[in-house]
Design a protein around this ligand. Structure first.
Ligand SMILES: O=C(O)CCC(=O)C(=O)O
Length: 222
């Protein structure tokens, strides 16, 4: 399966460079989805029920790698790291892992934003890989992307003002469990509420370009 993905790396890279986002079908197999889902759900339930999850978004839990060595190992050397480094043609530094639960009936999505990782990460740039752990569609709150937005400058605020969510350049990333979507840290994206009877769960891994590779990434991709 992974051989198939490696075989299409060239086409995936062209799409990623052009759009600032690319969908990779069937990245994880069933056993990998089950392990990622089980561990993330357990950790999120445990921490959120202890009210340590806390922030503006219920059912979002950041820094999973600080709680669990499995997530730390995945962040540093999961199978996706080598793939991302080939896709982006540079070395990456793992920043964080987050759980993005969107239970059935949860009305709140996440407004348009970029994954700017603070001042240092911002200048270096980076990428995020988002793994679908359930079938994900428009009804249960899939991610939407503004294609090509990685080439523009946007404020690091949520919501970024004046984003036309109906633009012809917007895509909805409808995915199956095990599919992944990779986006540039500078690509504008958002997600919807869950207006279905099915949960929408995902785990994201966030990366910045390592110091050494930042210079070669600046032209064209910022
Ligand atoms: O899962 C979501 O709703 C948002 C995820 C996101 O913004 C990200 O992974 O960068």
């Amino acid at each position: 399966m992974y051989e198939r993905i490696k075989g299409s790396l060239h086409a995936l890279k062209a799409e990623y460079d052009r759009d600032g986002v690319v969908v990779v079908r069937g990245f994880l197999d069933e056993a990998e989805v089950s392990e990622l889902r089980g561990r993330a759900l357990w950790l999120a339930d445990t921490i959120i029920s202890r009210h340590q999850g806390g922030g503006k978004y219920k059912n979002v839990l950041k820094s999973l790698h600080q709680y669990d060595s499995y997530f730390d190992a995945q962040l540093k050397s999961g199978r996706h790291v080598q793939f991302l480094e080939q896709l982006l043609a540079c070395e990456l530094e793992g920043l964080s892992v987050a759980w993005f639960g969107r239970p059935e009936g949860e009305p709140q999505g996440i407004d348009p934003h970029v994954d700017a990782f603070g001042r240092d990460g911002d200048s270096r740039g980076g990428a995020t890989i988002w793994f679908a752990l359930d079938p994900v569609n428009i009804k249960n709150g899939c991610l939407h992307y503004l294609l090509g937005s990685h080439r523009e400058e946007y404020l690091n605020v949520i919501p970024i003002p004046n984003i036309d969510r109906e633009s012809a350049d917007v895509i909805a990333a409808e995915l199956e469990p095990g599919d992944a979507v990779v986006h540039s840290a500078h690509t504008v994206h958002w997600s919807g509420g869950n207006h279905s009877g099915e949960p929408r769960s995902a785990v994201s891994f966030f990366y910045s370009f390592s110091n050494d590779s930042a210079v070669q990434q600046v032209p064209g991709l910022r």
